[in-house]
Design a protein around this ligand. Structure first.
Ligand SMILES: [Zn+2]
Length: 109
């Protein structure tokens, strides 16, 4: 039950999803790192259509992700389990995995 984030191979700055270039040093080399927890910073309740609760989570220094909170009430400042596995049950924060490798080029005519 983890989320894969990215770290700059030059300066170590974290990011999610994988950026094209590091926002600190401009490098384009990244390595992956796994995180399994995040701290809730803000929550937003989406009334329609599914009554979802979204949160901004701090998962590593300077790395924030938007997650869907599942199965419970979460308060700002609380540490929660983070996963990118859509099938995990329980009281978790779900973040869809970065899909950079699945980006398709648009055809232009
Ligand atoms: Zn960097």
């Amino acid at each position: 039950m983890t989320l894969t984030i990215f770290r700059c191979g030059e300066c170590g700055r974290g990011a999610f999803p994988e950026p094209l270039l590091c926002s600190r040093c401009g490098s384009d080399g990244f390595v992956t790192a796994s995180v399994d927890r995040g701290v809730v910073e803000h929550t937003t309740r989406v009334v329609n259509p599914h009554h979802a609760v979204l949160a901004t989570l701090l998962v590593a220094p300077e790395v924030r992700v938007v997650a869907a909170l599942r199965n419970g009430a979460f308060a700002p400042g609380e540490t929660v389990q983070v996963t990118s596995d859509p099938d995990v049950d329980g009281r978790v924060a779900y973040v869809p995995a970065s899909s950079g490798s699945e980006v398709q080029e648009e055809e232009r005519t």
